[in-house]
Design a protein around this ligand. Sequence first.
Ligand code: 2IP
Ligand code: CA
Ligand code: CA
Length: 379
Amino acid sequence: MADLLRLLLQVAEKAANVARVCRQEAPLFQLLVQEKTGDDKNKKFVQDFKTLADVVIQEMIQNDIGAQFPEMVGFIHGEESNKFENGLGESVTVTVCSTEEETAALLATVLDSNHTAATLLARAIHQNPATIDASTDSLTVSLSPSDLGIWIDPIDATSQYIEGREEVLEEGTLCPSGLHCALVLIGVYLRSTGEPVMGVINQPFNYKDPASGGWKGKHFWGVSYGDVNICSLSRPKDASDRGQSLSVVLSSSEKQVVKDTLISLCSPNKVIYASGAGYKILCVIQGLADVYVVSEGSTFKWDSCAPHVLLKALGGGLVDLNKSLQSNSDAQDHKTELTYHQAIAGCKGANCWANDGGLVAYRDHSQLSRIIRALKGKL
Ligand code: 2IP
Ligand code: CA
Ligand code: CA
């Protein structure tokens, strides 16, 4: 398992590099931010490029994991499909080739023969970042790669990534929107039970170096299986220990009844709105909020799998909101924790993998119970 964790940290860092390159290299950045206007209206490739960054990153991650762990091929899933139609109506399957030149040639077909952009992107894909030292060598967990599946969200909070607002993060405060909300998420689950067991989160835009103007990232990881519970962050102090009331983070598009209920439970200044499903769970992991509530099926397995593991490792978790509201027991049983191996019957495409009952991410069981009690009968 130490091998797999090291690889995931490495490939998430490579993904973060690709995400940064797309914003830092002018020919790629222009594609990312350019809007369709006038004569460009018929050319879809500008719009395509926004998705291309996600598709390329996911392919690269799948490729690298499959190369080192062939037993996992077929069980490495993600948000994106690699079938792509460019502005000329041609259908292209985006794959990472064995050489940089071949990858560049393939990408050029998607990018309407923009060779400069294709070359820059291919270079980032084929460049290996320095190994990330996570002191993982002593990690012994009795799991084999053939027991495991993977969920990838190559870029979570794409809208924030494309908008690209640069915020200066203050230690210990939740910053609701901006580039720092964009995350690379790689989660590992058990094929047999769907239990999430290993998670890597990379925040490509954590800190902007004033000297070079370049962005630096930050990574977080966790392993939680059996008796092993390890997280790269230590458990933050709970609000009650700090003498503070419960704080909640929500999507600004959350239902009004949920907003109102939680405002009356926590007080208005303790209900904060932020972008990115992954970022909001990361806020709970870091102790910047105590819980994150979603009342609808607007998040997916690839959004929650990786950060779920870090919460579990810290003694918390991530439950299905509807199931928790229906459950009669106040003591949280494990039946309400989200699992990652089963598609929703009768759904199509991405909808099969929605967290359709909504969710609550928490560090502390008693805080989860307070939230569930408050929302009972309201939804
Ligand atoms: C999105 C993204 C959005 C989130 C939505 C996710 O993933 O994280 O920010 O909505 O639930 O599915 P909100 O910010 O309102 O919580 P992606 O960016 O990968 O599509
Ligand atoms: Ca997402
Ligand atoms: Ca995404």
